[in-house]
Design a protein around this ligand. Structure first.
Ligand code: HOZ
Length: 429
């Protein structure tokens, strides 16, 4: 509900009385950048408005889902029509079949798919499936890749290569992560060494082929192809976590860009079009291990919810319109190039990268390729830039370690406005 009596500060103070930290997902609290979060009253196209009536050009797009822009009329209409037919049944619907058929068509590595409600559920379930299908316990993940908050994935590297990881969250017993090996992103030698040492015990490798949770970091093609080769050789399952990159960096996701066929893929964000839909899918012989066919259990009351599926299916149709990704990529590249040029003019050490509708901003001399190099960026300078942009009406991700997102509604003029505002911010930074 919008009320002119509210301010962002007053709502934040009130929220903290009943909600831990005042937010339902930590990054929203602005702890990394400081200050009070903006409480959003409404959103439309490339913009949202806070409760004080201020308009922002939005570059998080609900952290990825809003690829066709906020409150797209066709998506809203589909949601309204679905709601009139009932909110949730806990029994199958035709919409779920249409959604599965669409996903299998657009992502050919996915022969069968199961719908869930969040990216965390998708990756957690894919992991269990990989373990169940191989009968092995060990998994490999990479430092800086985030795959949701399942226990065995909240883990950082141990004291050395081949040392299993340490929990990154209180409440995760060391025993729960003792089978998780954490390696450096884009480091093929480490991966080769891990498979040489314990290859036949490894159930799966899970990776963000384009990482979006340590800022934007591109997977190196050689690294990803090495991963594919090693998994095949050792009978391990390759899981691409494309919750962020799926339908975002290209219509077929990062796997289409790199020409790599993973065994399983986790999807989320765009496939829900702003409502809670995620999915995991892949080879039919692996998916056959899932209950009710097989012994790997996985379930959900709201899985395949008819309203969420209506939003997702409609969004998947809209992104297949001719030229959609060409235009989206061009706008995102325009933003990255314009910001880089503006920073150079102001003498600020800065660079930017863009893939499809996703971008990264780095207060550094060169684009990072690993968690360690991301961490070398100038966080204080990012924080100042963030607030200058926010004050100017541009909403960037409130953390130096998050990727940004452009929608199809961010036209050339909006990108140019953003670059002009950034020029002023760089000059003052
Ligand atoms: N998992 C998101 C950051 N990579 C944040 C999601 C949210 O706060 O909505």
């Amino acid at each position: 509900m919008t009320s002119t009596a509210h301010t962002n500060d007053s709502l934040f103070a009130r929220a903290q009385l009943t909600t831990p930290g005042g937010v339902n997902s930590p990054v929203r609290a602005f702890r990394s950048v400081g200050g009070s979060p903006r409480f959003i009253a409404r959103a439309e196209g490339p913009y949202f408005w806070d409760v004080e009536g201020r308009r922002y050009i939005d570059y998080i797009g609900s952290w990825g889902p809003a690829i066709v822009g906020h409150a797209h009329p066709t998506v809203v209409e589909a949601v309204q029509q679905a709601a009139l037919r009932g909110l949730s049944f806990g029994a199958p619907t035709e919409g779920e079949i249409l959604m599965a058929e669409e996903i299998c068509k657009l992502v050919p590595s996915i022969e069968q798919v199961r719908l869930v409600s969040s990216g965390t559920e998708a990756t957690m379930s894919a992991l269990r499936l990989a373990r169940g299908a191989t009968g092995r316990d060990k998994i490999i993940k990479f430092e800086g890749c985030y795959h949701g908050h399942a226990d065995s994935l909240l883990v950082k590297a141990g004291s050395g290569l081949l040392t299993f990881g340490n929990p990154t969250s209180a409440g995760v017993p060391a025993d729960f992560v003792k089978h998780t090996l954490v390696l450096d992103y884009n480091n093929s030698e480490q991966l080769e060494e891990a498979f040489r040492t314990s290859g036949d015990e490894i159930a799966c490798v899970i990776v963000e082929p384009v990482a979006g949770n340590m800022n934007l970091v591109r997977g190196n093609a050689e690294f990803l192809h090495t991963m594919r080769r090693l998994c095949t050789k050792h009978g391990a399952i390759l899981i691409f976590d494309e919750v962020m990159s799926g339908f975002r960096v290209a219509l077929g996701g990062a796997q289409a860009l790199y020409g790599i066929t993973p065994d399983l893929t986790a999807l989320g964000k765009v496939i829900g079009g702003g409502l809670p839909v995620a999915a995991f899918g892949g080879r039919a012989d692996i998916m056959a291990h899932l209950a009710p066919l097989g012994a790997v259990y996985q379930a959900g009351t709201l899985s395949g919810n008819p309203i969420a599926v209506a939003a997702g299916l409609t969004t998947l149709k809209l992104i297949q319109e001719p030229g959609f990704y060409t235009a989206l990529s061009a706008r995102t590249a325009q933003l990255a190039q314009g910001l880089t040029a503006a920073a150079q003019s102001a003498g600020v050490a800065f660079c930017a990268d863009a893939i499809g509708g996703m971008f990264g901003l780095y207060f550094a001399d060169s684009i990072p390729n690993s968690f360690a190099t991301v961490m070398q960026g100038d966080k204080e300078r990012f924080n100042r830039f963030f607030h200058l942009m926010l004050d100017a009406g541009v909403y960037l991700a409130p953390s130096a370690f998050e990727a940004g997102f452009v929608s199809a509604q961010h036209d050339e003029a909006i990108i140019n406005t953003t670059i002009a505002l950034a020029s002023a911010a760089f000059a003052r930074n």
